[in-house]
Design a protein around this ligand. Structure first.
Ligand SMILES: NC(=O)c1ccc[n+]([C@@H]2O[C@H](COP(=O)([O-])OP(=O)(O)OC[C@H]3O[C@@H](n4cnc5c(N)ncnc54)[C@H](O)[C@@H]3O)[C@@H](O)[C@H]2O)c1
Length: 264
């Protein structure tokens, strides 16, 4: 992508800060971080030139979202209407973008969705060519990584009272994203890549014994069975975020810039 020059970054937390470093070092020949935006202005100021969301979209050649699912439903339509390409990390928010297919059809922009903290999206996309009958995700998270999830308040669950392995949730990917908007972006990624948010099944389990975020995918289709398991180390700056999710942004940017593209 030779025209990729000015990058606009929304969200200057763990992933955003990592992206800023990537743009300064690894991808300095292809892109530069031109504009940043964050509801916590001081965080944005630490990374670059702070502008409003609207200005960022208007002036950037490529936009990266690493903020919050809430911002995605306004940001993605805004970017696509301006024919801008956008990489989205808060993928759960994409499930709330109405008429996404129509917006994409009219736009010259592209939406990039990194695999995030899961493995197997390459094989699942290939398997989808001949149809998949079932796709399930089992996510295991340490208790402290689930703090603030809306489902806890809704169901009156006190995380401190959990003393053994507990299934907190079972349902569709769409329901999972609503219940854990900051924890199961991977369910959204998986559902968009395969059977859709109403048909991918998700289970969320926690335990005081769990020290890492793990994601296990099981899928079955005409081409066979696919099973993947990732036991993630947390990001150094945000225990809710897996280090692999950060690296998946680096790998996606590498694929965009590279002349050799590996994987489906
Ligand atoms: N796709 C995946 O696999 C995956 C994995 C991990 C995290 N994520 C998602 O990526 C996003 C960033 O993760 P992180 O670990 O960097 O989080 P973080 O909390 O470290 O940083 C998020 C930053 O975004 C800012 N922010 C929040 N709402 C905003 C808004 N409306 N407008 C502008 N800025 C806003 C916050 O102030 C914060 O600085 C989160 O939504 C997270 O759920 C996705």
């Amino acid at each position: 992508m030779p025209h990729l020059k000015r990058v606009g970054l929304i969200g200057c937390g763990a992933i955003g800060t990592y992206i800023a470093t990537l743009l300064k070092d690894k991808f300095k020949k292809q892109a530069r971080l031109a504009f940043v935006c964050d509801i916590q202005t001081e965080k944005a100021r630490a990374l670059g030139r702070v502008v409003s969301l609207k200005t960022l979209v208007a002036k950037s050649d490529f936009i990266i979202e690493a903020a919050h699912a809430d911002v995605v439903s306004t940001l993605v339509p805004l970017a696509l209407k301006k024919n801008k390409s956008i990489l989205v990390m808060s993928v759960g928010g994409l499930l709330n973008v109405t008429h996404l297919a129509a917006l994409l059809a009219k736009s010259k922009g592209t939406v990039y969705i990194p695999s995030g903290a899961i493995a197997g999206i390459d094989a699942l996309c290939a398997a989808m060519q001949d149809g998949l009958q079932s796709v399930t995700l089992t996510t295991r998270k340490p208790v402290q990584g689930l703090q603030g999830a809306p489902i806890l308040k809704e169901k009156g669950i006190d995380l401190a009272s959990i003393k053994s392995e507990t299934v907190l949730f079972e349902g569709t990917a769409r329901e999972a994203v609503k219940a854990f908007p900051q924890n199961v972006n991977v369910a959204a990624v998986l559902s968009l890549a395969t059977l859709g948010p109403e048909h991918v099944r998700v289970k969320v389990i926690t335990s005081p014994e769990f020290k890492k975020n793990s994601h296990e995918i099981m899928a079955e289709g005409k081409c066979g069975k696919i099973r993947t398991l990732v036991e993630n180390e947390p990001s150094e700056t945000n225990p809710k975020t897996s280090a692999l999710a950060q690296y998946s942004v680096a790998a996606t940017l590498e694929k965009i810039f590279s002349k050799i593209k590996i994987g489906t």
